[in-house]
Design a protein around this ligand. Structure first.
Ligand code: ZN
Length: 339
């Protein structure tokens, strides 16, 4: 199958260099093998889509214009004019190769009509989910191709451009906080994270986003989830926007990193402006964690696994205590059968 996919890519672009061809083949091989491409799409279409945005992969050093323009934080960059994916050469492996798959994944999930990626077709709607699944899949491709498994780590929140006194559990090498939120959404919906990869290929007419909304609303009824779909996305995308501003070059980067609130309001979703700060980010995160934990615990959801991903240390300690009591109670409720 690997060689067939390689041939198919070569047919679509005779000029592709060997290294680029290898990365393309690795990517599509894993997507096909893991059955992540929705039935309504053909592999050829996706390859064509990828080549529209990226026909070569180039590694750049500090002297390169991409480095000068974007600074030292940017890891990868898609240049639509030259159809090139640029990757910062001094990244350490495995992040260097993972970043290739990350950018390639964005290219394949980009809508040629508006250049928007995946379920994020309007404003910032769904951006956190879109980025999180991109990094998740990029790391999955790496692990499958190299036959390795990344171990899960407990990461102190202050090392992730967040307020301290928190912990994030993730096996990723980048975007661990987004992964935390994707993990929680997967638990709430009872799906694998692969599901989010698949729906992001369905950017046409917002099909992927609609699928997610339908699924969410079904579970919301059953488990009496506290937020409607839009409010849920707003929380996710607020958390995302704070992180983005703390990461890329912009006038408010230092404001956010210093723990202050921005003077200006940012439009998170259409006509919904908010000032951004790490404190508000944590407040949204805490409220989300508690609200959903309680809903899952009270309505038969997977609250134990969810509890693992509660970020704030104090909140998690309270929840662990609650689970302890809960377990003792439910054990005593069952009468001992003695024969
Ligand atoms: Zn990205």
């Amino acid at each position: 199958m690997y060689e067939d996919i390689k041939e198919l890519i070569k047919q679509k672009n005779h000029n592709i260099d060997d290294n680029t061809l290898k990365y393309f083949t690795n990517y599509f091989y894993v997507a096909v093998k893991e059955k992540l491409i929705p039935d309504s799409l053909r592999l050829e279409e996706l390859i064509k889509n990828a080549l529209l945005y990226a026909s070569k992969i180039e590694f750049y050093d500090e002297k390169h214009r991409i480095f000068q323009e974007n600074g030292s934080d940017v890891k990868g960059f898609r240049d639509t004019d030259t159809k090139t994916i640029f990757i910062r050469d001094n990244l350490e492996e495995p992040l260097r190769e993972i970043t290739v798959y990350h950018e390639l994944h964005h290219a394949i999930q980009t809508n040629p009509e508006n250049d928007e990626v995946g379920i994020n077709q309007e404003s910032n709607i769904g951006r956190l989910i879109m980025e999180a699944q991109t990094q998740y899949f990029a790391e999955k491709v790496y692990q499958e191709i190299h036959g390795v498994q990344f171990e899960t780590r407990q990461i102190p929140s202050e090392t992730l451009r967040m307020l301290g006194n928190g912990m994030v559990i993730s096996n990723l090498h980048n975007y661990e906080m987004y992964d935390n939120l994707l993990n929680k959404l997967a638990i709430i919906l009872g799906v694998s994270k692969d599901y989010f990869v698949s729906i992001n290929y369905l950017y046409k007419n917002n099909e992927g986003l609609k699928d997610l909304e339908t699924r969410y609303n079904e579970i919301r009824e059953k488990q009496k989830l506290p937020y409607n779909f839009n409010s849920l996305l707003l929380v996710y995308d607020y958390i995302y926007c704070v992180d983005l501003l703390a990461y890329k070059k912009n006038k408010d980067k230092d404001v956010i990193l210093n723990g202050e609130e921005t003077q200006d309001a940012y439009e998170i979703h259409p006509n919904q402006g908010f000032k951004l700060s790490l404190k508000n980010q944590r407040a949204y995160l805490n409220k989300f964690d508690i609200d959903y934990f309680l809903a899952l615990a009270q309505n038969g959801g997977n609250f134990r696994e969810f509890a693992w991903h509660v970020v704030d240390n104090e909140k998690r300690a309270i929840i662990e205590q609650y689970i302890g009591t809960f377990t003792v109670q439910s054990q005593t409720e069952v009468p001992n059968k003695k024969s």
